[in-house]
Design a protein around this ligand. Structure first.
Ligand code: 4GX
Length: 246
């Protein structure tokens, strides 16, 4: 899969290309990550990449022409790509949207700086406008890299078998259960007995129950969007009636 970022700060991409799961995916050639810099397409005498907003007021808008040419270059390098613009006005990012994006052979992300980009450029060039959450960052690079990271994880071969199974836990709409490692007692706190039992069926049920409980306590909105199986209702019911007796 090919992932392109149109950005004034291409060096930021090294966080993805040089470390961890995504770094490995690049090394193995499973994903190709590249950047196009609108600065390289700024041909006026000041090489400017920003411009004044119509209507006045503080702040600047990205200059149209360098950005348009940079997107054209990205399209040339990544034919058939969908173009994604990161902004707080976009559709919220979810694991479902990530999985959909991962079905593209190539994606071009446009990272805005300043107050954003001209609305007509969005209309002409952008297929999807996406937000990573309701807060304001200094640019679209980190949001684009968040999406790139999440998308990489769906490319076949990027995750090992065990990690792929693990990511199903969020796809299945629940929060993850707790995790423990050595030693058996840390800071006076022991590991839940069931995890030392070696009984895989009891462990599976306990983990599913913890996922359900944590989702109910921390993110009830996620449970409202999801239908529970009979087993899930039973596990949650058992926990809740146990709570009442405590
Ligand atoms: N989820 N930013 C976009 C430039 C900008 C400013 C105003 C449109 C209007 C963000 C987010 C985000 C910072 C990216 C501002 N674009 N992107 N940038 N939250 O905060 O995606």
């Amino acid at each position: 899969m090919q992932l392109m970022l149109v950005t004034l700060f291409p060096e930021m991409l090294s966080a993805l290309t040089q470390s961890g799961v995504t770094g490995r995916a690049c090394e193995l050639g499973l994903v190709q990550i590249g950047a196009v810099n609108p600065r390289d397409f700024a041909f006026n005498k000041h090489k400017s990449v920003d411009d004044r907003p119509y209507g006045g007021g503080p702040g600047m808008v990205m200059a149209i022409e360098p950005l348009r040419l940079a997107i054209a270059e990205a399209r040339k390098r990544a034919p058939n790509a969908s173009v994604v613009y990161m902004s707080p006005q976009g559709q919220p990012l979810t694991q479902t949207r990530v999985k959909d994006l991962a079905s593209n052979e190539a994606l071009i992300f446009v990272a805005g700086r300043y107050e954003g980009i001209d609305e007509r450029l969005i209309a002409a060039e952008v297929d999807e406008e996406i937000s990573i959450g309701d807060y304001v960052l200094s640019g679209g690079e980190l949001p684009a890299m968040v999406v790139m990271d999440a998308v990489c994880r769906w490319v076949p071969g990027v995750l090992g078998h065990d990690q792929s199974a693990e990511q199903d836990s969020f796809v299945n709409g629940l929060l993850d259960c707790e995790h423990y490692t050595r030693p058996e007692i840390h800071d006076g706190q022991s590991v839940p007995e069931v995890l030392l039992s070696g009984n895989h069926e009891r462990i599976r049920k306990w983990r599913l129950q913890r996922s359900l409980v944590r989702t109910l306590e921390r993110r009830p909105d996620l449970l409202e969007q999801r239908v529970l199986t009979q087993e899930e209702k039973t596990l949650l019911g058992e926990y809740l009636s146990q709570q009442q007796t405590d």
